[in-house]
Design a protein around this ligand. Structure first.
Ligand SMILES: [Fe+2]
Length: 191
């Protein structure tokens, strides 16, 4: 079932705008179209997490690289801050804009739900970990993500990570979560 504009507005006021006319040939709101497509993928791939995540990663790549969207952050300088842009009333997925203040970082944390995210501005240092038979998390990969890059977490095997903004400039990332983290993890999710 399509995501209607009323559903999008009811979930949360939009905090982005199109720059200029958007991509040539855009005849629909690309963010609304993105929400629609994510909903269809989630509904069609229940129980197939890896497939679902890869398809959403492709969509997010297109959204942030092919369209001229400007997501405005409400974050204070220096804060790590999340803003819920949309929560799907049918399937529960959530789209969140995360702002990473200068030299901010999460703790090493584990997700029980999938997360697909792309970098909008700045750069983020991402460290992925594994857990070896209940011991402390072991670092398996570390990389720097730049604007336009898309990555993801797929529980249970690829779901421990840490994200940091090592620079003095604000960084922004756009996340599609399986569910609203505030509902899943409590009031102060790591992101
Ligand atoms: Fe996280």
């Amino acid at each position: 079932m399509p995501v209607t504009k009323n559903e999008a507005r009811a979930a949360r006021p939009r905090r982005y705008r199109l720059l200029g006319a958007g991509r040539k040939g855009d005849d629909v709101d690309p963010f609304l179209q993105f929400l629609q497509q994510v909903r269809e993928i989630v509904e069609a791939n229940e129980g197939r997490t890896a497939r679902l995540v890869y398809r959403i990663a492709e969509l997010l790549d297109t959204l942030i690289n092919d369209h001229h969207l400007d997501f405005a952050s409400s974050a204070e300088p220096g804060c790590r801050f999340g803003e819920l842009l949309y929560e799907d009333p049918r399937t529960g997925f959530a789209v969140v804009l995360l702002s990473w203040g200068a030299e901010s970082s999460t703790a090493i944390h584990e997700h029980t739900t999938w997360d697909v995210f792309g970098i909008l501005s700045g750069r983020l240092c991402i460290r992925n970990y594994t857990r070896d038979a209940g011991t402390e998390p072991v670092l398996v990969a570390e990389f720097e993500a730049r604007p336009g890059d898309v990555t993801y977490l797929v529980p249970p095997d690829q779901a421990i990570h840490q994200i940091a903004n090592p620079a003095r400039d604000l960084a922004l990332s756009l996340h599609v979560y399986e569910s609203n983290l505030e509902r899943t993890y409590g009031d102060q999710p790591e992101g």
